[in-house]
Design a protein. Sequence first.
Length: 429
Amino acid sequence: MLKIVRDWLWLESSQWKSKEELSLAQLSKLKQTTERAYQLVSFYRALYDKAGASPPIIFSLEDIRTLPKATREQYRDAPLDTRTAKRIDASSCCQMTTSGSTGMPLTVLLESRAATYRDALNLRMLRAYGVGPLDRVCRVRGGFGREADLSARWAVKRGLWGRYRDNRYRLLFFSGNIREHLDFFLKWKPTVLIAAGSYCKTLMEASENEGEELAFKVVVTTAELSDSSTRKLIQERFSAGVFDHYANEELGSIAWECPSHAGYHVNSESSLVEVLKDGELHTEGEVHVTSFYQMATPLIRYATGDMATMTQEECPCGRGLGLLKAVQGRILDFITTGGGGRVSPIAVVAALETIRGVEQYKLTQNNDLSIDAQLRVDESNRQPATRELRSRCRILFGELPVQIRFVESIEMAGSKFRLIESHAKGPAS
């Protein structure tokens, strides 16, 4: 509890520092991060040695571009122990698997200290939106089976902070049963909802079908791209202030929408964000992030697969944090089931990204409601992956026909790539 409060108080103050002061702090942390990674993580030592960039020499923030970037394939293909820092007890960490924007599952470890710092970052964001200690906050994320249960138990075992979270914070995992969630919201009455825009749509439909009304003080959309029409709908149906949060499982909070809606504030104290095009800094390009606080499995110049627009303009709110004008994250569709039902894409992603042996995936629904699942799976894992996929698809989609195709590659299309894509007639997206 004291660590979280200390970090939160520091973050509350540091966000108002000048860009120059924040840059100096970033430089100090960048030196520590790269030196530690080279000394303690065999993955980075091999990467830097091969590129002739060892040991890493950092005199300015620009020197980070003397270090090689690592592709997601390199991270994924490297054994987890080679990406884990020496002296880290892996058994004490939370193991997370995520597919991000690419449909390529990646496993990382998050140690307890990094987890509490993530909490402090989220507290700062919520405080900026007017959320106080007496508000009830509910976060909804994808989850499927044992993986979700383990993560939920790990998240709340933090002493006094854990007891506070029990009273004021709920973490829900969504794998398709929206009726249970609606009952929970009607009973617990949270004032703040943190969820994907597609989940908010699913919750709206469920409440309308049951003749119930839900209202929130604040809704924070996350995990996927929400267009202006979705944001407007959430604001009107839930009578809520709506803000967007740019985050992913691997890195936690990256940037959050300013209360003035002028753009997204980068968490400059905890990461260095580069927007790159053809390997060079650019106003628009792919987001690469270097985390300063994740020690177990460091991520340096990590390509998120998301596209963004960076600006050097001053934010009218007065914060010195870096500013993204726009973020183009992953775009996901609903899956339409028989009888007019719809399955939220976050439930589908949660089902697919934790199947053992899957290297990449993409799911497409056809006009006749049938589903085409493309999988990149190692030969030795194809049979168990097929069984697990069919089992999970039955839970999600009932009797909809599912065709599984094993492929050597899945075509990417930049920011337009869809992990979950539906061509079914009707409101499927």
